[in-house]
Write a protein that binds this ligand. Structure first.
Ligand code: UD2
Ligand code: MN
Length: 474
């Protein structure tokens, strides 16, 4: 009798403890604990139409204006549309979904992504990946205008949404995703991708074999206008030109001949958005430089770190992922353009270059009949008349012409002249001021309407304080 009572009491206690735990941790915790490897995804369970919504009148009128790709074509396309299998034939037998592969956290960052495109990215992952290998899919919403773009996807299996409280850019958003990732491997994807059958296993298998590899799939093109999926059939690897623009280059013939068609081959750099890396290796490499804003250059940074720290980079020919090819970026760069103006090759005798700037005004010139008086104009990116180069000889040059003051000709106005390297064209940087060597006076914007002048130097005068985009300190 006593024994029965004790048993009953124990059962009651266990139920209470389990009940409290269930209440505190919620259903999904238990589900993931008990059934993690059995999560399945039924596309029928998603109401695609209600998530995607209706086209706005302006999108209907100009369907590619907002995102740089044809929104009507994308919205008309099913989230589960079939995509071609472009893998070399041997891949299918070479990479079975094996429980011995490391698990991965998939990280997708997005800013104002078109809903139909974002949804297709996630659905393609859910229907074409062995979910037993996917620990979770972390969707980092980089402060998109509409918070529900991400939040409404939170109910998809495996998906966890994190939203930034301010725009961080892809680089810091990826780091944020990686910091909370539970998988052994991180797999990054852009928010406008479609993965294909068998895409994940070769990435993870390559990393299992080479723990310090960063592995990219073959990146196929999804045409931004028609949304046609165009597989890339030839082997290419990543490269770059002198202005550090990424480009694909064919594998040298010798390289192709030596490759087994299923083996991941080495690449100098990766294109940047779609790759797998072990989480501990990513951390050991120092992740990314957090000062990198928006995106751009981070692919080179990570590639160089990978190589220099004793690892390598590879492309797995058995893994194909499609990426929407756009005409222009669909978002603004809050801290200036995609740096196209300032990646230029530095000139060895340069003290500084870029804008000579005061607030939102930049030293500019009207090209026309000489003499041309320099003016302060609204700063704009990529305008060559606002792009100055300050040389060690003291001259400040744009378009082959020099900033000059010739008191005898044009009083104290700053004009643009052919360079003659006299003292009239030499300038010295003194803290924030720009001092004209011949007169000892300072560049001043007080008479903005008529043009820039030099006047007696006065450190307190805001109209004499100038910023320069890039300055060397040596
Ligand atoms: C390519 C890469 C991209 C990145 C870049 C180099 C591929 C397929 N894409 O440019 O990932 O490495 O080269 O720097 O290799 N995003 C944010 N916040 C922002 C801006 C962008 O989350 O402020 C997201 C964006 O929604 C997208 C991803 O970052 O998911 C990459 O941006 P992208 O698609 O505009 O870059 P892409 O493909 O032109
Ligand atoms: Mn992209």
């Amino acid at each position: 009798m006593r024994k029965r009572k004790r048993l009953l009491l124990a059962a009651l206690l266990i139920s209470i403890v389990l009940g409290v735990l269930y209440f505190v941790t919620g259903h999904s915790f238990w589900q993931s604990l008990l059934f993690e490897n059995q999560v399945t995804f039924d596309p029928q369970s998603v109401n695609f139409k209600s998530y995607i919504g209706e086209l706005s009148p302006s999108d209907r009128l100009n369907p590619s204006m907002r995102h740089g790709f044809n929104l009507i074509a994308s919205n008309d396309l099913s989230s589960t549309r079939p995509v071609p299998d472009a893998r070399p034939i041997l891949c299918k037998t070479f990479f079975p979904a094996s429980p011995s592969l490391p698990s991965t956290t998939i990280i997708v960052t997005f800013h104002n992504e078109a809903r139909s495109v974002l949804l297709r990215t996630l659905v393609s992952i859910l229907i074409r990946s062995p979910l037993s290998l996917v620990k979770e899919i972390i969707l980092v919403d980089d402060f998109s205008d509409n918070a529900s773009d991400g939040l409404e996807l939170d109910s998809l299996p495996k998906v966890k949404v994190i939203r930034n409280e301010k725009r961080e850019g892809a680089v810091r958003s990826r780091i944020r995703g990686s910091d909370v990732a539970k998988g052994d491997v991180l797999t990054f994807l852009d928010s406008h991708c479609e993965v294909t059958d068998g895409w994940l296993e070769p990435l993870l298998a390559t990393i299992k074999q080479n723990p310090t590899s960063i592995v990219s799939p073959v990146i196929d093109e999804i045409d931004g206008m028609s949304f046609e999926y165009i597989p890339r059939m030839e082997f290419v690897r990543g490269g770059f030109d002198w202005s550090l623009h990424f480009k694909w280059e064919s594998l040298p013939n010798s390289g192709v001949a030596k490759q087994d068609a299923t083996d991941a081959f080495l690449t100098p750099v990766i294109s940047g958005g779609i790759f797998s890396i072990r989480k501990d290796w990513f951390r050991k490499l120092g992740k990314y430089d957090v000062q990198l804003s928006v995106l751009g250059g981070e692919n080179f940074e990570l590639s160089f770190r990978g190589w220099m720290c004793g690892g390598d980079l590879r492309i797995a020919p058995c893994s194909h992922v499609g990426h929407v090819h756009r005409r222009q970026p669909p978002y603004i760069f809050p801290e200036g353009g995609p740096a196209s103006t300032y990646l230029k090759l530095p000139i060895s005798d340069e003290l500084g270059y870029g804008h000579i700037q005061q607030g939102s005004g930049c030293v500019d010139l009207d090209v026309g009949q000489l003499p041309v008086i320099a003016k302060l104009r609204q700063c704009v990116q990529n305008k060559d008349t606002q792009d100055w180069s300050w040389r060690r000889k003291g001259i400040i040059v744009s378009n082959g012409m020099c900033l000059s003051v010739s008191p005898s000709e044009t009083q104290l106005y700053v004009i643009i002249k052919f360079c003659d390297f006299t003292d009239n064209q030499r300038w010295i940087r003194q803290e924030k001021q720009i001092v004209h060597e011949a007169t000892g006076k300072c560049l001043d914007s007080r008479k903005v309407k008529t043009g820039l002048q030099v006047s007696d130097c006065d450190e307190q005068q805001d109209s004499q304080k100038w910023d320069i985009t890039m300055e060397t300190t040596i």
